[in-house]
Design a protein around this ligand. Structure first.
Ligand code: PNS
Length: 163
């Protein structure tokens, strides 16, 4: 039996923190679906879903068991439809915990067959988030320590233009 995990998120844009979690998840499961999903609690994303997908593709092409998909619906329904056994999320700090715990419980209620698995973020990524990256890039700061090199130029150009 192939064990499928879904790694959902806004990925707006994907960071080294996300990539670390995706890479580690790919070692734990037979197949990992990185799922670009809509967070109803966040404002409009800076990058379109297709742009985010292309960026994730560029940084995960060496991971054979990782695929990318886009969802405009409920995560629990998607997980059920693809027969995934787990939802994988990165946990950075205590501040993430309450929100992530709430989502994990809600997803468990909606689809009890899947488990939410939390991977502790690497210590060097504790402070890292897509919004921190956007803030820095928007004002012309150096984001090379936060995002994979292959997409650095792309992100910088887009976000500086947005100002
Ligand atoms: O990277 P984020 O924004 O913290 O990820 C949150 C995300 C997109 C995974 C979450 O909002 C989500 O699952 N959205 C899909 C819609 C859904 O199922 N919402 C209810 C979750 S309990």
């Amino acid at each position: 039996m192939r064990r499928i995990a879904v790694c959902p998120g806004s990925f707006d844009p994907v960071t080294l923190g996300h990539l670390d979690i995706i890479t580690r998840a790919s070692k734990l499961f037979d197949k990992v679906i990185v799922l670009i999903s809509r967070n109803a609690g966040k404002s409009e994303p800076s990058f379109t879903a297709t742009e985010r997908m292309l960026m994730i593709e560029a940084v995960t092409h060496n991971l054979d068991n990782v695929v990318i998909d886009i969802l405009d619906g409920l995560l629990a329904d998607y997980v059920r439809n693809v027969g995934a056994v787990a939802i994988v999320k990165g946990l950075r700090a205590v501040s993430d915990f309450e929100y992530e715990f709430q989502m994990a419980l809600a997803n468990k209620k909606l689809y009890p067959e899947a488990e939410t698995v939390f991977l502790t973020t690497a210590s060097e990524n504790m402070y890292l988030s897509s919004s921190v990256v956007k803030q820095i890039a928007c004002f012309g700061g150096d984001i090379s320590h936060f995002v994979p090199e292959v997409i650095l130029e792309n992100i910088q150009q887009r976000l500086v233009k947005e100002r």
